[in-house]
Design a protein around this ligand. Sequence first.
Ligand SMILES: *[C@@H]1O[C@H](CO)[C@@H](O)[C@H](O)[C@H]1NC(C)=O
Ligand SMILES: *[C@@H]1O[C@H](CO)[C@@H](O)[C@H](O)[C@H]1NC(C)=O
Length: 400
Amino acid sequence: MRSTAPLSALIVLALTHSNSPAAARQEQFHTRIPTLLDADAVNFTKLFSSELVFRETWSKESWNGLTTFARSTPLRCFGSDADVPYDVAVLGAPFDTATSYRPGARFGPNGIRQGARRLGVDRINVHMKTRVSEFLNVVDCGDVPMVYTDNKVALRQLELANKALLAKTHAKVAEGTSLAKDEKFHPRVLTLGGDHTITLPLLRGVVDVYGPVSVIHFDSHLDTWKPRAWISSACHLIQHRSQEIPVTHGSYFWYAHNEGLLAPNNSNIHVGIRGAINSWDDYDNDYEVGFVISHADELEEVGWKGVVKRIRETVGDNPVYITLDIDVIDPGMAPAPEIGGITTREIKKIMQGLSGLKIVGADIVEVAPGYDTQDEITQIAAANIGWDILALMAKTPLVA
Ligand SMILES: *[C@@H]1O[C@H](CO)[C@@H](O)[C@H](O)[C@H]1NC(C)=O
Ligand SMILES: *[C@@H]1O[C@H](CO)[C@@H](O)[C@H](O)[C@H]1NC(C)=O
């Protein structure tokens, strides 16, 4: 699709090839405007030349061009650009038909992209101390077609799309031995949901490549419920657990455990839990599924450092998959039904604390723009968290 590098890439190239970092910074902040005004009078021919009018504004402003995630390169990953290499694919999963309470997350992917318009993969993430585009070529593949009439078909569509992306070879090969079972370097996928059910097919994809993963699950709910318990409480017509009981956004981890996708020995962790349960047995079941729990109010006791310590002790050196339900954030900052959540400042500190972990993939789910404020605060929160996850990926290559 692209024959020439985007302007952003050229600027990054220019910066990386400049001799001193200080000189590069000077250039970054001081060159553009003065070159337009260096003559005594403004040269309007130059100012309005097609080259400047298009190149200077086309890709750099927040409201121009195609809306991709954090101005990553748009790519027809499954079509005419199928051969173009990349390191991270952003993928939209517009699916919300396994939602129990408030559907609408099928519009989440574009909501999060909208929230990411002020961000750029080529901008410096100050707290993470990195510029993603220096390490990773991030593309936005758009949204996977997911039918709304049959969840099994829809989830299968996502599973196949995710596997197709993961099967490729990484654009920038890191030094060392790849963490992947086939010892090749594969791209990573950051999925924008969609309701939380999508994590099941996404986990199948990464586990195919890396083997069982430790999951860091940010959420206010456990999502490990047995299908029967989950369904029968809502619908007494279904009495028996069987293949026909569909996976939902409250039971996908139970399936993941049964399929052997989760790393053993309770090396998976929920962070931010605070939702009501029907029975304390839910906690026993959760432990059997393979998780330990960091409750939202624990933050008050141990601070973000304590939570980070707990997470790192739990996942050890395993490959890690991050899945974040936006309702982990307090409803004051991301409107959703569970009060007492994590603030956006805290989640950023926690993300910073995960630096060095081997993040093989991630998703951000349950963003339903229909319940957001007009100021798009939920979408902006989700977008910034995704941007931090990209920074984590940039900081740590997947070497064994
Ligand atoms: C103004 O800019 C145009 C286009 O870049 C250039 O051809 C022309 O020589 C410039 N005029 C002056 C007076 O510098
Ligand atoms: C799980 O824990 C048991 C008991 O501590 C240990 O023997 C085993 O090696 C552990 N398995 C993994 C994969 O760490």
